[in-house]
Design a protein around this ligand. Structure first.
Ligand code: UDP
Ligand code: MG
Length: 331
């Protein structure tokens, strides 16, 4: 994130095209009404736009309703072969986007249409990334809010790049930023970190999170913890360093204590008490070793996923209502 004085920015194109990217998973109750409402809101703004919606392998009728809506309004539907996760759905959306800028929005009405105009105005002023800052996370529940708070504190502490805690995926990305994100090959993706990593002029715009219209959040605490682990280990190797430092520190303590025991035995003769100290030390060291191995394992699992070089996602079908074609393809 580089809040910058906006001198020397190239003028924006005269009649820009905006790509709206909408990932959807199990949104059968929202998707059709959302896409229609989005179209209405965009028509009012009098802008040139394209809508790209990604069905992330929903187990319900999301894809069916998407296709039906695509017969009423011009849009592109990208259907995944299974659920690959929101990060991959957004990645696909950015690959398919052909606009001068892209706007990422959730399909559950949580991101208000009114903010779009503000995003676009800031883009015209020269900002390359305009992200929404959630003013009130009241809908999230206490546990999730606390979890998110601790996670971002930890992430900002260990990662070299500052990541805005209350910003999510609701944002506008300029073509430069989209191209930069499209060059990043990693499979274990934490988009919020990647937006920050690519840099560029960024600005946050506060917005009120709206209550989810229907259905429920796909992010359980387990799913959030997975994403958190990816986020923490994708942007820094500091956890490995900390594990090494803790190892060094305990070795120093163990060495001093060992020397003291030897010295005491030499000076005062051998005695046997100290069993409980021994057990405590063994357990403590065992614990530290397991934690260190866990941290190491997390990084190795990233390497494992990356070296396989599998595609980020598999597309089973692309439906483009403008071309009125449906292609079965792989990405
Ligand atoms: N989503 C997705 N793939 C998933 C989970 C979610 O594409 O595996 C989409 C979902 O349909 C919605 C957006 O990502 O459009 C945000 O998801 P959700 O509302 O469940 O998350 P929350 O708003 O609670 O963070
Ligand atoms: Mg939501």
């Amino acid at each position: 994130m580089r809040p910058s004085p906006l001198q020397d920015v190239l003028p924006r194109p005269k009649n820009p095209l905006f790509s709206f990217i909408i990932p959807a998973y199990a949104e059968e109750k929202n998707i059709a009404t959302f896409l229609m409402a989005l179209k209405d809101a965009l028509d009012h703004l009098s802008i040139r736009y394209e809508i790209i919606t990604i069905d992330d392998g929903s187990p319900d009728n999301t894809a069916k309703f998407m296709r039906e809506t695509a017969q009423k309004i011009p849009m592109k539907c990208v259907l995944f072969s299974r659920n690959f996760g929101k990060e991959q759905a957004l990645t696909a959306g950015l690959k398919y986007a052909s606009g001068d800028a892209a706007i990422l929005m959730d399909a559950d009405f949580q991101h208000p249409f009114q903010t779009i105009e503000e995003f676009i105005n800031h883009w015209r002023q020269g900002y390359d990334i305009i992200y929404g800052i959630r003013v009130d996370r009241g809908h999230d529940g206490y546990l999730r809010r606390s979890f998110t708070y601790v996670f971002y504190k930890l992430l900002n502490w260990i990662a070299k790049i500052p990541i805005e805690p209350n910003a999510g995926d609701f944002r506008l990305l300029d073509r430069k930023t989209i191209d930069a994100l499209n060059t990043l090959p990693e499979r274990t993706r934490f988009m919020k970190g990647l937006y920050a990593w690519v840099g560029f002029n960024s600005i946050g715009i506060p917005f009120d999170v709206v209550e989810r219209q229907a259905g429920q959040s796909s992010y359980s605490l387990t799913k959030l913890s997975n994403l958190a682990a990816i986020g923490l280990t994708s942007f820094s190797t500091l956890p490995l360093r900390i594990a090494m430092l803790v190892g060094l520190l305990t070795s120093c303590v163990a060495l001093s204590y060992g020397s003291w025991i030897v010295l005491r035995a030499l000076l005062f003769g051998v005695d046997l008490p100290g069993w409980s100290t021994l057990v405590a030390a063994v357990l403590f060291l065992g614990g530290i070793q397991l934690i260190a191995m866990g941290i190491l394992g997390e990084y190795i699992s990233h390497i494992f996923t990356e070296v396989k070089r599998r595609p980020h996602y598999i597309v089973s079908e692309v439906y483009d209502s403008l071309e009125s074609t449906s292609q079965r393809s792989h990405a």
